[in-house]
Design a protein around this ligand. Sequence first.
Ligand code: RIB
Length: 312
Amino acid sequence: MKQVTVIGSLNIDYVTSVESLPAPGETVVAERFDLYRGGKGANQALAAARQDCKVVLFGAVGSDEEGAAYRSALKLTGIGITHVRTVPGQTGAAFITVDRTGENTITIAAGANLKLRKSDITRHRDAVEAGSVLLAQFEIPAPALVEAAIIANEAGIPVIINPSPTNPVFPWERFRTDYAIVNETEAHEILGFPPSLTEQALVRDMMHQLRIANLIVTRGADETLVFRREGEPLSIPTLPVLPIDTVGAGDAFAGCFAARLAQGESLTDALRAANCAGALATLGAGAQDSIPDRERVDQHLVYLSTPNHQYS
Ligand code: RIB
C-alpha cells in the first residue's frame, strides 16, 4: 500500500451554525453548536486514508483531555500517529461559523500545533523517506514544514503544499514544490495578482521564483485550473453540488489528490478524483465526517461532465 506522509495541524472545531455571518460589531444567535475533530493536517490525512492509502501523520496535540481524546479517535482510523507528539498545554482550536449557504469564517487558536519542531522531523526522516508523497499545510511552524520538504526533495518524493492560511513571509525558495494547491484568494495572495489564463507568462514567472512546478487553483463550483511551469494549463471539471457546509472541502480535495498521485494516477485523473472528493465533502456537516471514501468518489467520477445536474 502506498504511503502518504502528512505534516500538519490537529484542532478541535467549535462550530456554530447561523442564518447569516455576523458583520463586524454584530452579535448573532446561533441555530446550533457542534464540536468536531478537525485541523487541516488531520483532515487531509483522513481524506488520504479514505482513498485506501497508508497514512503517516506528523503533528502535535496538547496534554489536555481534548488531545488524549483526539489521539484515541485517530488510532481507530488506522492513520499512523507515532509522530503526533503530545506537548504541554492546549490542543489547537478552531472557532468556525457557518451560514445557511454553507459559507464560513474560521478563527484559529493554534495551541499545540505551534510546538511542532524541525527536530521532530529530522529525527524521523526515515518516515518521510518511506512515503510516496509528502503533503503539508500552513497551520504548523514553517521550520518543521521546510525540513520535511527538503528531506522529500532529497529523496525524490513529490512535495504537495496547501499554503493555507497563507503566510506572506514563507520561505518558498528553500525547497522545490511539485504541486501547490490554493483557492482563488490564496492564489492572489501568493502571486500578488489574480491568476488568469491570459496572464500565463506572469504566473509562470512567479512560479519560477517560488519554485512551484504546478499551481492548482480550486474555484468552488467552477473548473479547477492548473498552471504548469512546463506545459499548457489544464482545466478540470468539478461536480455541481448544492453545498451544506464547505468547511474541510479543500482538505478533502488535497488528501484525495495526494492519495491518488501516490497510487500512480496521472495528474488529470488525480485532479478529477480530488474535485469529486472536494464537492462531495460539502454535502455534510463537519470537516471530517463528510470526507468521502474511495468507492463514493469513484461512483461520482462519471458525473463530472454532466451539465445541469445538481447533487444535494
Ligand atoms: O480546513 C478546515 C479546517 O481548518 C478546520 O477543520 C479547522 O480546524 C481549520 O484548521
